[in-house]
Design a protein around this ligand. Structure first.
Ligand code: NAD
Ligand code: AKB
Length: 317
């Protein structure tokens, strides 16, 4: 079997740092090139091949793919929901043009696989909010959601038209301690742990009963690798897979933290991100991913909270 050589574009963000470390365990450090617009994240610095690469620069990506004999691209560079609403045209440009260029390179260079993440942001206020099915009404109201849904359609097109093996997951909000979130609506669920340990209080930018689908990063990274390693015949959809692990509100995550830090307090000051969250599902039906390629989550709110607090305590010293 041919040795895979992986390029990660946008590896300096919340997912990319952990995904780069995990993929290096699978394929070997030297076979995974991490890249981003920014200098290497401290966890990736001097830890393997790293290049500065702009996801918008198709020519530079193409040259690197040819020079390094890249066989797989993981395209993570994007502007997320909250930053996207501040600069909608830029978000559209970054999110769409990076994908279209990578898909074209995928066809021209006959890449074995491409990974491109989608999001629960593809759904909108007209979507059924509880246990949102894989296929349902999809009318996103954010530029981020519009770009993700359009991107899904392009991935499906490139698969059907050119046979390109593009795989994708609609991640829920991701919660991690190793790397920082980068401008999403679900970021409160990471910030709250840091503030609980530092200041024993947190002001949430979402209201107390705003339920959103969420997942611990360990589960998200494992899901990504399992999806990418699954035999091709298991890929029954070429749109992105719904994926779910837990669903909670700011009030509920605060209560889970209070089991460990009893004097932790929370108050609520909703901002523009409330309207984004109000348009998203409260919970996700991921039965298609479960039956197509065997997805199972390991972490729920309580086990994630215990793990987050333990690791953040160690990290903060
Ligand atoms: P992030 O914002 O933390 O990281 C994105 C990275 O992309 C950053 O390091 C940034 O410097 C880089 N980047 C931005 N523009 C670039 C460009 N032009 N060229 C090269 N690099 C560029 O995002 P993330 O949370 O790691 O998300 C990665 C992907 O997963 C995105 O497509 C995002 O939409 C998707 N996703 C994330 C979540 C989540 O909760 N984190 C949920 C659903 C989907
Ligand atoms: C965001 O809040 O924008 C992301 C996402 C769910 O896509 N975390």
């Amino acid at each position: 079997m041919k040795q895979e050589k992986v390029l990660i574009i946008g590896s300096g963000g919340q997912i990319g740092v952990e995904l780069a470390m995990a993929l290096r365990k699978v394929y070997g450090t030297d076979n995974v090139i991490a890249s981003d617009l920014r200098e290497a994240h401290p966890l990736l610095k001097d830890a393997g091949p790293y290049v500065i690469l702009d996801a918008m620069d198709g020519k530079a990506i193409h040259e690197l793919v040819k020079k390094e004999g890249i066989t797989q691209i993981y395209l993570l560079a994007a502007m997320l929901s909250a930053t996207g609403e501040k600069a909608p045209m830029k978000a559209w440009d970054v999110n769409m043009n990076s994908l279209l260029q990578v898909l074209e390179i995928g066809v021209q260079e006959k890449l074995t696989k491409i990974y491109w993440p989608s999001s629960i942001a593809v759904f909108g206020p007209t979507t059924p909010t509880l246990n949102t099915p894989q296929q349902t009404i999809v009318e996103p109201r954010t530029v981020y959601g519009i770009s993700k849904y359009t991107g899904e359609l392009w991935c499906q097109y490139y698969n059907q038209r050119w046979g390109l093996d593009v795989r994708s997951i609609r991640y829920p909000g991701l919660i991690s301690w190793k790397s920082e979130p980068g401008g999403g609506t679900t970021d409160y669920a990471v910030e709250i742990y840091h503030e609980a340990l530092k200041n024993k209080k947190y002001t949430s930018f979402l209201s107390e009963n705003t339920y959103l689908p969420m997942m611990y990063m360990d589960d998200a990274i494992r899901a990504t690798i399992e999806l990418m390693e699954a035999p091709v015949e298991m890929m029954k959809t070429r749109m992105s897979y719904n994926l779910s692990a837990m669903s909670f509100s700011p009030k509920e995550i605060a209560a889970a933290i209070q089991k460990h830090i009893p004097d932790f307090t929370i108050d609520y000051k909703p901002d523009f991100r409330q309207a984004i969250a109000d348009g998203w599902p409260k919970s996700i039906d991921d039965s298609v991913a479960r039956s197509d390629w065997g997805w199972r989550n390991n972490f729920d709110l309580d086990s994630m909270t215990a793990d987050m607090l333990m690791h953040l305590r160690e990290k903060m010293g």
